[in-house]
Ligand binder design. Structure first.
Ligand SMILES: *Cc1c(COP(=O)(O)O)cnc(C)c1O
Length: 399
């Protein structure tokens, strides 16, 4: 029996605790300084303790934290209006997390069919390699056996397709289908971009069949790819979109965005939340957008992403024994490894560089969007040092 923790031992945690952060730097209680290239897994969009975020949250904390959603919500209106004005959507529902944003998206897609007189349509087509969260419905949507096992009957209503294959999608669609759910770039699955031509096919299928196209932009959204939303890269617009992670800059916040038509079934009483749209969360969300929507900010993210990608590609060329390729968009980059990613992440930690694994063979770089050119140079130098250490260890083992 583990007795050294009062926590559920559900996470295999690295033995390092941080006390303070500033931008892309984290400081341990022992005074150690770490270069953070994962930003809480794409959450700290503006880095740690961005002054504008700290000021907005502090100011709100002195006024009002929480009122029930049974009262008028001008604080939510403001952020929702800004999200609507900068996206395809007409309406927004605020949540506290990504999984909840997905739950709302799934309910919205099902309810639309019900509202349109087709209540038998509730099933959602999903994709191999997807990750949509850890609630009962979202583990079923993600379809990964290791997350589903032992939790009772899998929530019904998700049909997984293997590969980005139009014929397989058509085969998976039946008289009970309500929508198609996809990450424009799979995150946890290993930074796997979906071809824009495939997204266009999904759009055409949804239009022809009266289905909702749902994007999970929990990881890709809010500037991560150099666009406010990753769907802008393909130009293929969804009906419903789930956002979270970067949207609150580190404060728990998620959102479900939808067109009027797609959200038509979400009438009074059909959905709810206690915390969702909390005043502190809205202050954080508005402060994040203040910065991300500044002229030139997203262009700078794209430029920095390209720079990091090119420099990582050079490291791949230098160390083909460790790395296979670099892929991704903007500041959502995956380094495909020839070693177990856990080993590579550990070697990077040895250089005080923080990254995070994805899928079976990828290490992700998801730095704060405010990462500087010098930070990028430093991250690349530390990546190279980690690769050298790994190669040396391997040669030592072989000798
Ligand atoms: C992280 C993530 C989720 C789940 O978000 P939580 O806030 O952990 O519930 C869902 N979808 C994608 C694509 C994610 O990256």
């Amino acid at each position: 029996m583990t007795t050294d923790t009062a926590l559920f031992p559900t996470f295999s945690r690295a033995d390092v605790a941080f006390e303070r952060g500033e931008g892309v730097w984290l400081y341990g209680a022992d005074g150690s300084r770490w270069l953070d290239m994962m930003a809480g897994i794409a959450v700290n969009a503006l880095g740690h303790c961005h002054p504008h975020l700290v000021a907005a949250l502090t100011e709100q904390a002195q006024k009002l934290w929480h009122v029930s959603n049974i009262f008028a919500a001008p604080h939510q209106e403001k952020l929702a209006r800004r999200l609507v004005e900068t996206s395809f959507a007409d309406r927004v529902f605020f949540t506290n997390s990504g999984a909840e944003a997905l739950e709302c998206a799934i309910k919205t897609a099902r309810r639309r069919q019900f509202h349109e007189g087709r209540p038998e349509r509730y099933r959602i087509v999903t994709f191999e390699g997807a990750f949509h969260g850890r609630t009962l419905a979202t583990i079923a949507a993600g379809g990964q056996e290791k997350y589903i096992e032992g939790f009772g009957p899998k929530v019904d209503g998700f049909d997984k397709v293997d590969g980005f294959d139009e014929d397989k999608v058509r085969a998976a669609i039946g008289p009970q289908t309500a929508g198609i759910l996809i990450e424009p770039i799979q995150g946890e699955g290993g930074v796997r971009p979906v071809p824009p031509s495939f997204l266009a096919k999904l759009r055409a299928i949804c239009d022809a069949e009266g289905l909702s196209l749902i994007y999970d932009e929990v990881q890709t959204g809010v500037g991560r790819t150099g666009r406010l939303w990753a769907y802008e890269l393909s130009g293929v617009v969804p009906d419903i979109l789930a956002a979270a992670k970067g949207i609150g800059g580190g404060f728990p916040l998620g959102a479900c965005l939808a067109t009027d038509a797609a959200a038509a079934g979400m009438t009074p009483g059909t959905h709810g939340t206690t915390y969702g749209g909390n005043l502190l969360a809205m202050a954080a969300g508005n402060a994040v957008l203040d910065v991300v929507l500044e002229p030139g900010f997203l262009e700078a993210v794209a430029a920095k992403g390209l720079k990091l990608k090119q420099k990582l590609a050079a490291v791949v060329d230098l160390h083909p024994e460790v790395f296979a390729e670099v892929r991704g968009e903007g500041l959502m980059l995956g380094l495909k490894c020839r070693r177990p990613p856990a080993e590579v992440v550990a070697a990077m930690r040895g250089e005080k560089l923080l990254t995070v694994g994805a899928g079976d063979d990828v290490v992700r770089f998801l730095p704060a969007l405010v990462v500087s050119d010098e930070d990028i140079d430093e991250a690349v130098a530390r990546t190279e040092a980690a690769a050298r250490a790994l190669s040396k260890a391997e040669k030592g083992a072989a000798a």
